[in-house]
Design a protein around this ligand. Structure first.
Ligand code: FES
Ligand SMILES: [Fe+2]
Length: 466
């Protein structure tokens, strides 16, 4: 993009100038939304699909965001992406998903065709066109940058943007070490939330809301949350209840895992909870309950790995990766994708804007499947109203807040959100990186800042270097 164009866009009065205060209008101002469409989205890596959606040569899916549509195809020599427009008069060539091995992509308007390599294979009434209009290279579908990681294809409209790996940084290796690339989707839900896309993202950037939004989790393991966010029950950072003995503490942890599992499947998988229950009565040294609980989690990690590997699942050594590649409750891939890893499974979330005050919110439950076991991943999301009781409890509780928060932001006199500098720093860092894109901060600097978001869940406000 020419420099003159790039620097003419400013986030202006809605820029975050005090890192602890986020202007409310960023979540509904039309102009700000337009600037994001112009200066943020065309330059970032967007999670376009799960690779298990396109397992066979010729399989394709369409990904679209803000009116720009891309076809992601499993071609003979790897995953490719094409901008979804017929080279004749621009009609989109594909919608939804399918396989193009036999006939290729056929334009619904005049029937021109392309193969999975993007080469034009047929022009109806060829003789009626000037040779100049039928240049082979010019008729080929326009390619879009695509990279694969963690069992997903990511696209980027910016040919100059740093690579996916350089953009997300070491978090990629950490999550990969936990086996993300081998996970399969058990279910896939989607909903439309009447809220700005950033507001939906930010509801998952801190655990500070658990006390009120997910009271069942707080009640099951109050010591865990109190030690992190509230009044202390047993000394800062001690996630045990001093009023319970070791067995009592283990029981509380199991209850907590059960609720996480019922609440959001892949975050803690039911098969993992089952293994935790087997360990309810193990003998552990009394005296130092904190150490006993840590030992218990070590045993649980070990057992989950052993038992699931015995079933044929490619689960890594969870104790080893907890040391070599420690991960956080939520791991963000800027700007619109995140993962909730805990043991061998994960939940994953993707959010796309549909308007200044509307977004498409998708969730997947991901887990390992035994090698050789038949597994049909969902090919499309099950779309539900956001207040549907078919949603697992935890996102349902989050969805109860996000739309009303969107309304509250419009209130007279509500000018900015005020953030905790200690546990809501990710919201600030995230918004200031968005400002960096809007202001035209150089891509390399933005990539360095992006990398800082990995592990920033519940984190502090950071110096982003611009
Ligand atoms: S617009 Fe596609 S063939 Fe004419
Ligand atoms: Fe939540």
């Amino acid at each position: 993009m020419p420099e003159a164009v790039k620097t003419s866009h400013r986030s202006g009065p809605l820029e975050v100038t005090n890192p602890e205060r986020i202007p409310a209008k960023r979540y509904y101002d039309e102009e700000f939304y337009r600037l994001e469409g112009e200066n943020l989205w065309p330059h970032v890596w967007q999670m376009a699909c799960r690779l298990e959606q396109i397992p066979n040569v010729g399989d394709w899916v369409e990904y679209s965001n803000l009116g720009k549509s891309v076809i992601v195809v499993r071609a003979k020599d790897g995953v490719k992406a094409y901008h979804n427009a017929c080279r004749h008069r621009g009609v989109p060539l594909a919608e939804g998903h399918g396989n193009c091995k036999g006939q290729g992509f056929i334009c619904p308007f005049h029937g021109w065709r392309w193969n999975m390599e993007g080469e034009n294979t047929f022009v109806y009434g060829r003789h009626m066109f000037s040779e100049e209009q039928l240049d082979k290279r010019d008729l080929a579908l326009r390619t879009c940058r695509v990279e694969t990681w963690g069992g997903c294809a990511f696209i980027n409209f910016d040919n100059e943007a740093p690579s996916l790996r350089d953009s997300i940084g070491p978090v990629a290796d950490r999550i990969e070490a936990h086996g993300m690339g081998k996970l399969r989707s058990e279910w896939w839900y989607a909903t439309v939330l009447p809220a700005n896309w950033k507001l939906a993202m930010e509801a998952f950037m801190e655990g500070y809301h658990v006390m009120r939004t997910h009271p069942q989790l707080q009640q099951a393991a109050p010591m865990l949350y109190n030690s992190m966010y509230g009044m202390d029950t047993g000394g800062i950072g001690v996630p045990i209840d001093p009023n319970l003995d070791t067995k009592g503490n283990i029981k509380a942890q199991i209850k907590h895992l059960e609720l996480l599992s019922q609440g959001m499947a892949g975050m803690v998988h039911a098969k993992e909870v089952e293994i935790a229950r087997q360990l309810a009565d193990v003998d552990l040294p009394e005296g130092d309950p904190q150490q006993a609980i840590m030992m218990w989690f070590g045993m649980l990690n070990h057992q989950i790995g052993e038992q699931l590997r015995a079933r044929g699942e490619a689960v890594p050594d969870l104790n080893a990766v907890a040391v070599s590649d420690p991960i956080h409750a939520v791991e963000f891939i800027f700007p619109h994708y995140f993962l909730l890893p805990m043991f061998s499974s994960m939940s994953s979330y993707r959010i796309r804007p549909l308007g200044p005050e509307s977004c498409l919110f998708e969730l997947w439950s991901l887990t390992h499947v035994a090698e050789g076991e038949a597994h049909e991943p969902p090919v499309e999301p099950t779309i539900l109203p956001y207040d549907s009781d078919q949603f697992p409890a935890i996102p349902r509780q989050d969805y109860a807040n996000i739309p009303i928060q969107q309304k509250g932001l419009h209130a007279e006199g509500f000018d900015f959100m005020r953030l905790s500098k200690d546990v809501e720093g990710l919201i600030s860092n995230y918004n200031r990186i968005i400002d960096g894109y809007l202001k035209g901060v150089p891509a390399e600097k933005l990539a360095v800042a992006n990398q800082k978001l990995g592990g920033n869940f519940d984190g502090k406000i950071l110096d982003l270097g611009f």
